[in-house]
Write a protein that binds this ligand. Structure first.
Ligand code: SF4
Length: 358
């Protein structure tokens, strides 16, 4: 009889699935999603459903391998752990000795690494070595910073709330490919009359299933967000009470957005001016409305500011008041909010970090 154990998916994904593992003779024999978990609901995505095949694959890399031929030739020989560690240490020592320790640039992030591997031991080692310091992640820092600066935290609307929404905007979010467990909540909302809109340069699977798709030029999300704010404020569709009580900087934002009338937004984004106006009106007048933003928009020039501008939208319409409103970029909390420091020791006090943050 199998021993059934609970586990959690190690991948860095907003669904954060709960797993059930059958263990027979010390070996996992079956993996499935926990049917009692409110988000996992008994199924796993295609990346993880066959994780045991990977875990027990004969091709899995289990021992150090040393390259013996030209790069990309694919010739490696198994070596001992001692030889591997000595080889790496000699090389690091030689590079640091010749060029200084900052010639070493450690890069790793995150996926399957967990707290200890991802945020712990390597930072101590490389800090002690005096290596260059890289702001890990390099792929989501702008979005996380945008949420923190705009909302105070990067944590957004919980997946379970989406079932209560009446308008769901997937902004650069291919939900079926990247957080599939949100989809059942969206289907439930749609069965109750909600509309699904997508904003994406690519006509993704989700875009094909949406009620309306807005194909946007890559990197022009900031202009669209400011254009939406312009329409909402010029038609007086904002939630003035919410803005006065809970926000600051609205007048400056309104002045900035005034420079983005629909005709200019059309030229910058490729989305027709009538569609810009229609989207703004629908977003501001449908209650509750929620935005599922993903990290793609912040991976471009001005991407951080694009995420900031999008994050102001639910504050302008007061959508945060409602269950099923608001915005979700991430469902994770910063690691330092649970007592662990995301950055290596002293990093936040480092002069270059302060300069970088402005
Ligand atoms: S959707 Fe897939 S990758 Fe994401 S948490 Fe669930 S099993 Fe893991």
């Amino acid at each position: 009889m199998s021993d059934v154990r609970h586990s959690v998916c190690a991948l860095d994904c907003p669904d954060c699935c709960s797993l059930l593992l059958n263990i027979d003779d010390g070996k996992a024999s079956r993996l499935r999603g926990d049917p009692n978990h409110p988000v996992t609901r008994g199924f796993l995505c295609g990346k993880v459903a066959r994780y045991l095949d990977r875990e027990y694959s004969p091709d899995r890399l289990l021992y150090p391998q040393k390259r013996t031929g030209a790069k990309s030739a694919g010739s490696f020989t198994r070596i001992s752990w001692d030889e591997a560690l000595d080889t790496i240490a000699e090389r690091l020592t030689a590079v640091a000795g010749e060029h200084g320790p900052e010639a070493v640039l450690p890069y790793s992030y995150a996926g399957t690494m967990g707290m200890l591997n991802g945020n712990g031991m390597d930072r101590r080692f490389f800090h002690r070595l005096g290596a260059s310091r890289l702001d890990r992640t390099i792929c989501s820092a702008a979005g996380m910073e945008a949420m923190t600066r705009t909302l105070g935290t990067r944590y957004g609307t919980e997946p379970e709330q989406f079932r209560h929404s009446k308008l769901i905007i997937a902004w650069g979010a291919n939900i079926l490919g990247t957080n599939v467990h949100l989809w059942p909540f969206i289907l439930e909302a749609r069965r109750n009359g909600a509309k699904l809109y997508t904003i994406d340069p690519v006509r993704t699977r989700v875009a094909k299933l949406a009620d309306k798709h807005f194909p946007i030029y890559p990197g022009s999300d900031l202009a669209l967000a400011l254009g939406l704010i312009h329409v909402i404020t010029s038609e007086n569709l904002q939630d003035t009470d919410y803005i006065e009580r809970y926000t600051n900087g609205f007048d400056e934002l309104k002045q900035l957005a005034a420079k983005y009338p629909p005709e200019r937004v059309e030229a910058l984004t490729g989305i027709g001016r009538a569609d810009v106006v229609d989207l703004a009106r629908k977003y501001a007048t449908t209650r509750p409305a929620v935005i599922r933003l993903n990290y793609g928009i912040q991976r471009s020039e001005r991407g951080g500011n694009a995420a900031r501008a999008v994050a102001t939208l639910p504050a302008i319409t007061g959508s945060w008041r409602e269950i099923g409103g608001g915005l979700q970029l991430s469902t994770s909390l910063p690691s330092n909010s649970i007592g662990l420091d995301w950055k290596c020791p002293n990093f936040k006090n480092d002069r270059r970090w302060d300069e970088k943050r402005g």
